[in-house]
Write a protein that binds this ligand. Structure first.
Ligand code: FRU
Length: 446
């Protein structure tokens, strides 16, 4: 790699969105191929489903402001995983109902051909059901809440985010919880009809860290469990301690036996949720949290982006691989043998893993590698990588940065502000990049 071009800066090749009028449509920090709502606050992905040939993505949404408050379920659909159409709000709190203070995270199953949402109502945290014929109009189950509180004798700091799946002729449900003073857990239930649930046992129990007072931050409480087969194993993940922990193992006769563990997504990514796409592959989305002040989020008028759709698979040794869905390749323009675009692009960089490296945008580091600590960084986010060569797939999109290292390590972060061209610190073994075509003309504001 010649020194000549590594020091050079390159100007943006893509035009800014042309739509006049909306400030959000011209906000260069808003992504152009990651999903996000037209405006205001989004957090967890909820109940993604592939139904009648279309993907449906729901999400925790505050339609009133770019800050977390009384939760609704936003809704969007796509036929190709890339281009999204915003749909009306799917779930809103019912005054006087079990979800009067918010419709929290949940999942979807199809029962007798009809979609059913299982989600958490607050306060207190209880599990609720809503049914639909067309995914647009939802009728809440008259018997809500279907689970009115934690099992007797379980003293938990929280009780939320149900995940349901079919097990033979029955249903199984995991709900995020914790044993106070001990550690986070997922509680396992069974049912024949999605309404009457029988508690079975905690499926796995973690270890609370001393330090943080907040139960989710300390690991005393696990949020947003998800559990499904990958290859011949089962993958469980939960969100806690500001990160997403996973276990790969076996599942038999209602017993999960973990065999390996790790962090599913590092950095901004949180509360991931998956979708079974026609039984052929599993697709995971994570909420990419902002990494700027609340005041800046309110000023911007939007907060939160969805990650890329990521497909988990196993390698020959049964270890977890994480890669963006192949659909994103379809957005690529002409390949360049340099880091020629500073936004809305994909860059592949190979490093020998022995020397420091940085990818800078307008003087700000968007990606860094430290060979001493073997840490890869993106803005404020960090992930450890194993010693040796690094093969990096980097996605830049407004303020969103996602990196897939050696097809195993998924690192996400946010870098705001300057778009004054890319430059490199250090010499990669090779580099190539593609501009990616924006999936909407106005940064998904309509
Ligand atoms: C995770 C979470 C969930 C909860 C939702 C509320 O980010 O705290 O546990 O259901 O967000 O918006």
């Amino acid at each position: 790699m010649s020194q000549g071009w590594t020091r050079r800066s390159f100007l943006t090749a893509l035009p800014l969105p042309l739509l006049a009028g909306s400030g959000l449509a011209q906000d260069a920090d808003r992504p152009q191929y990651h999903f996000l709502p037209p405006s205001n606050w989004m957090n967890d992905p909820n109940a993604p489903i592939w139904f009648k040939g279309e993907y449906h993505l729901f999400y925790q949404y505050n339609p009133k402001a770019a800050q977390w408050d009384t939760m609704h379920w936003g809704h969007a659909t796509s036929s190709d995983l890339l281009h999204w159409k915003h749909l009306p709000i799917a779930l809103a709190p019912t005054p006087g109902g079990s979800d009067k203070d918010g419709c929290f995270t949940g999942c979807m199953v199809v029962d007798g051909g009809k979609p059913v949402i299982v989600y958490t109502g607050v306060n207190p945290e209880v599990q609720c059901v809503a049914r639909s014929e067309d995914l647009l109009t939802w009728t809440k189950e008259p018997n809500n809440p279907v689970i009115a509180g934690p099992p007797a004798g379980v003293d938990t700091p929280g009780f939320r985010d149900p995940h349901v799946w079919r097990e033979g002729n029955e249903w199984r449900l995991l709900v995020g919880a914790g044993f106070r003073g001990k550690g986070g857990t997922v509680l396992l239930y069974k049912s024949n009809d999605l309404v009457k649930w029988t508690y079975l046992k905690p499926m796995l129990i973690g270890q609370k860290l001393s330090g943080p007072a907040d139960p989710v931050a300390s690991g005393e409480m696990w949020e947003c469990p998800d559990f499904f087969p990958v290859g011949n194993k089962w993958l469980l993940y939960v969100s806690t301690q500001g990160k997403v922990l996973y276990w790969l193992g076996t599942w038999k006769d209602d017993v999960f036996t973990p065999e390996s563990d790790g962090v599913l997504v590092h950095g901004a990514g949180y509360a991931p949720k998956s979708c079974d796409a026609s039984g052929k592959r599993r697709i995971i989305w994570a909420w990419l949290r902002e990494q700027r002040s609340k005041a800046d989020q309110l000023r911007a008028g939007w907060s939160g982006s969805m990650s890329l759709a990521v497909v988990p698979t196993l390698d020959g040794d049964g270890k977890l691989l994480l890669n963006p869905a192949a659909e994103y390749d379809g957005l690529r323009g002409k390949r360049m043998r340099e880091a020629a675009h500073d936004d809305c692009c994909e860059i592949h960089i190979k490093l020998d893993g022995m020397k420091p490296f940085g990818l800078l945008r307008g003087g700000q580091e968007v990606l860094g590698f430290d060979p001493e600590s073997h840490v890869l960084s993106v803005g404020r986010s960090e992930a450890p990588v194993p010693p040796g060569r690094l093969d990096l797939r980097i996605f830049l999109d407004g303020s969103v940065v996602e990196v897939f290292a050696n097809r195993r390590v998924w690192l996400t972060g946010r870098v705001y502000g300057e778009r004054r061209g890319l430059s490199l610190r250090g010499d990669p073994r090779s580099i190539q990049s593609w501009p990616l075509t924006p999936v909407s003309r106005d940064r998904l504001t309509t």
